[in-house]
Design a binder for this molecule. Structure first.
Ligand SMILES: *Cc1c(COP(=O)(O)O)cnc(C)c1O
Length: 359
């Protein structure tokens, strides 16, 4: 037994994945399973395949390669706009990729021809979140027509968009209609109906759940919402209850002391160079945990299972809890459990310092 430990409940994960898949399928929407948030962990890939996912996606080619090794029949889907330097590798391990520049598409076409393949592409369009995607409509139509007419080793599957990432823009029925209207123009320009209108990531799932997703969206790319239920704050929607959450972090208490809540001395910056403010709540009971930002990113995103425990901060190797209000009598050596948020999931899954245990 070693801590910190990341516990993954296989049955709950499969169940949550199946529910998301079913919810989408019921509205005629294809759900693509995204594995990048769990570092493409083998067992998670296997569980998503068991749950019924036919297409799995990641931003990292090594994870796509692993998916093909686990099951060559699963379609692999690259989420990040390809680097020119990875196009060779990409065509050999990905069936589909998201793209936004003709320069890259031409190179994809050349390599696909070399490898005797037809590579599927989805063109990203900008709907306001301002990460990847074509903003200008003329450029979009020019791009799709060039693929259709000239790039014979590419198959234009359709278009897509990304929301809720850089610009924090919420997927709404209006944003989806904007994408559908672009899709209609693309279909008209190339003279056939495109198969895929890819309406975003987990943050678009609440529209499916509330049945406000406009007809015409055919695909979502879902990672986060298969694993954790952290959409409720902004999206007024809980994918599954906390009890059904499949991922739990366990960490060990290494110090327990009563201390003042306000630091004593001249305040400069913390271990990561941030200027912070500290509230003075008097003397509090604090527990120090042997897990830190190197293992999990921002510890303030942890969600303690003990509702009366508060995470107050941390550094590379430590997380500090205020346990004053807890009804539980903690001792040194006790294990404290947490559910996590996206950044924690990402970091814990890939950390070599965190044991993964499947139950
Ligand atoms: C990461 C990513 C997704 C999946 O995001 P989740 O929030 O995990 O659902 C979908 N599309 C693109 C382009 C991505 O980069």
């Amino acid at each position: 037994m070693s801590y910190p430990k990341f516990i993954i409940d296989k049955k709950k994960l499969k169940n949550n994945a199946m529910n998301a898949l079913k919810m989408c399928n019921n509205l005629g929407i294809e759900a693509v399973g995204v594995v990048k948030a769990v570092n493409g962990l083998d067992k998670v890939i296997e569980i998503l395949i068991e749950a019924g996912f036919k297409t799995l996606a990641s931003s990292r080619l090594s994870q796509l390669k692993k998916i093909k090794e686990i099951n060559p029949n699963i379609l692999t889907y690259d989420l990040r706009i390809p680097m020119l330097s990875e196009v060779d590798e990409l065509v050999s391990c990905a069936d589909i990729s998201l793209n936004s520049s003709l320069e890259v598409l031409k190179e994809l076409n050349r390599v696909a021809s070399e490898q005797n393949k037809v590579h599927g592409v989805i063109i990203m369009t900008e709907c306001g979140d301002l990460r990847e995607g074509i903003f200008d409509e003329e450029e979009l139509l020019n791009t799709v027509c060039t693929i259709e007419k000239e790039l014979k080793n590419l198959h234009l599957l359709g278009i897509g968009t990304n929301l809720g990432c850089y610009g924090s823009i919420m997927p709404t029925p209006e944003k989806m209609m904007e994408l559908i209207s672009k899709a209609d123009k693309v279909s008209e320009a190339i003279g056939r109906r495109i198969e895929v209108v890819s309406g975003g990531a987990s943050t678009s799932l609440p529209l499916v759940a509330k049945e406000t997703m406009p007809k015409g969206i055919t695909q979502l790319r879902i990672g986060d919402a298969l694993y954790i239920s952290d959409l409720d704050d902004c999206f007024d929607y809980k994918v599954f209850s906390d009890d059904d959450e499949a991922f739990t972090l366990q960490a060990e208490i290494i110090e327990l002391k009563d201390k003042p809540s306000h630091p004593i001395g001249t305040i400069a910056v913390d271990a990561f160079g941030n200027k912070k403010e500290y509230e003075d709540k008097g003397i509090r009971r604090r527990a120090l945990l042997a897990v830190g930002r190197q293992d999990l990113g921002d510890c303030l995103h942890l969600r303690p299972l003990d509702p009366n425990v508060e995470v107050i901060g941390g550094s590379s190797d430590h997380t500090i809890l205020d346990i004053t209000e807890s009804e539980h009598c903690y001792k040194i050596g006790d294990i404290v459990s947490f559910h996590v948020m996206y950044e924690n999931l990402l970091m814990l899954s890939q950390s070599e310092y965190v044991e993964k245990e499947y139950i």
